[in-house]
Ligand binder design. Structure first.
Ligand code: DGL
Length: 274
């Protein structure tokens, strides 16, 4: 009986959510690292961008999505959104009970604070993430000698969501933000929004090798894989199935999901708020 329970538990999907396509960067890195895992992804496109919403609104969206993922029998929940990780981690954990919850901030803070004590670290993210001050507080708590500065870059997530990547308009917006005086002396930059790995190269090009641009997706996925292995929750079965849900169907989401997941794609619209 216990054997059957453990077998079914390992086979259960990993639930991942974000406001839109940003969390696909985490889902994609997870698929590469743990190819046997089944994934259920929820993109809350109806409420995008989260970064402009109040704490209370982001918490309510996150709770509802977590309930949905738990109903789908997810064995773990990944909050693949910095804005929700900043302000809704605790309430997601409450709803999830015994189901493990991961956010995208703690693994990055642990890694960066462990390595960058002498460094001058910059963080870019949504207004919700930057206003929460979570990166600065947590890095400084672990490593008081690090210098940390941050800048809200609210146009970037909607720009990426609309597919403006590697174009004149994206170069201009990126250059405008990165030249801000808040970021002048940095030597490391944390991409504090899961949408930003999609413009990682453009950001790197802007700095021409003078700043180490930290892409969080692999750091987060390394941490999750290690934890699931320790908890004996990894799936041994090679046959996988991924499901993608959105609260409001958009073509750009479907294209991005297809780009990342190719043949596996099953996109469905679900109305959680009706
Ligand atoms: N990808 C998200 C984040 O990491 C949300 C962007 C948004 O919806 O504003 O913050």
């Amino acid at each position: 009986m216990l054997f059957l329970y453990l077998y079914l538990m390992k086979k259960s999907p990993i639930g991942i959510f974000d406001s839109g396509i940003g969390g696909l960067t985490i889902a994609h890195a997870l698929k590469k690292k743990l190819p046997n895992e089944n994934i259920i992804y929820f993109g809350d496109t109806e409420h995008l961008p989260y970064g402009e919403k109040s704490e209370n609104a982001i918490q309510n969206f996150s709770k509802k999505i977590t309930q949905f993922l738990l109903e789908k029998k997810c064995k773990t929940i990944i909050i693949a959104c910095n804005s929700a990780s900043s302000v809704a981690s605790e309430c997601v954990k409450e709803i999830a009970g015994n189901t493990p919850v991961f956010n995208v901030i703690h693994p990055v803070v642990d890694k960066v604070a462990g390595e960058c004590s002498e460094y001058n670290i910059g963080i870019i993210g949504t207004k919700a993430t930057i206003q929460s001050n979570i990166y600065k507080k947590e890095i400084k708590a672990l490593c008081s000698s690090a210098t940390v500065s941050s800048l809200a870059t609210p146009l970037l997530a909607p720009m990426i969501e609309e597919g403006f990547i590697n174009e004149d308009i994206s170069h201009t917006i990126i250059a405008n933000y990165l030249s801000n005086k808040q970021l002048v002396n940095i030597d490391h930059l944390i991409l504090g929004c899961t949408h930003y790995p999609l413009i990682h190269q453009e950001i790197k090009d802007y700095y021409k090798g003078t700043v180490n641009v930290i892409d969080s997706a692999n750091i987060v996925v390394e941490h999750i894989a290690k934890q699931l292995r320790n908890d004996d929750l990894l799936n041994d079965c090679k046959q996988t199935e991924h499901h993608f849900y959105v609260s409001n169907y958009t073509e750009s989401f479907e294209k991005s999901a297809q780009f990342f997941f190719k043949e596996d794609l099953k996109l469905k619209e679900v109305k959680l708020w009706n």
